[in-house]
Design a binder for this molecule. Structure first.
Ligand SMILES: Nc1ncnc2c1ncn2[C@@H]1O[C@H](COP(=O)(O)OP(=O)(O)O)[C@@H](O)[C@H]1O
Ligand SMILES: [Mg+2]
Length: 154
């Protein structure tokens, strides 16, 4: 099952992400599976993944500016006043093999329940993501509109 939401401004994409982040804080860490909370995003260049991450970070109370981490594959931000501790923003655009991200310590990051991980171009490392990762797909409709699909499992 998939849920589809269409936004017609980048602000609306950010507000949507902010709401999802707040819900995530409310739900709390995944102690049952004992792993990080992961949002795996896919979608073409300009489809809104970084924009979504900006709103998501704001929803977590992260005040740092979120930029497209084009040259830095992985960025870490502190999450204030929460059971969660860090937000990791990962951009796999430049990655050719999942090994490259494993070398940056992804396994360890995933194995810590206190982490929230938001991944752009997650399809590039799909093979090494746990089944609990929440999938979000972005689709460029036209200059202003984006379709955002959420995989609803269980
Ligand atoms: N509805 C929308 N949702 C998200 N971004 C939008 C929307 N409409 C226009 N935009 C613009 O599209 C671009 C999306 O870029 P970005 O978030 O960096 O995409 P990606 O990270 O997927 O490459 C931004 O310049 C943003 O302002
Ligand atoms: Mg991006």
């Amino acid at each position: 099952m998939e849920k589809r939401i269409q936004t017609n401004t980048h602000i609306k994409t950010q507000s949507l992400a902010e709401k999802i982040a707040k819900k995530c804080l409310k739900t709390g860490p995944d102690f049952k599976n004992n792993i990080a909370t992961i949002f795996a995003m896919r979608g073409d260049l300009g489809s809104g993944k970084t924009t979504f991450t900006q709103g998501f970070a704001r929803g977590l109370g992260v005040v740092d500016k979120i930029l497209s981490p084009t040259f830095v594959i992985l960025k870490k931000f502190q999450i204030p006043n929460s059971e969660f501790q860090y937000l990791y923003h990962i951009d796999c655009y430049r990655i050719k093999q999942p090994r490259e991200i494993l070398n940056l310590g992804l396994k360890e990051i995933i194995s810590d329940t206190k982490n929230i991980i938001v991944i752009e171009w997650a399809d590039k490392i799909e093979k090494i993501l746990p089944p609990q990762a929440k999938m979000i797909r972005f689709h460029f409709v036209n200059e202003k509109n984006r379709e955002i699909f959420f995989n609803l499992k269980k």
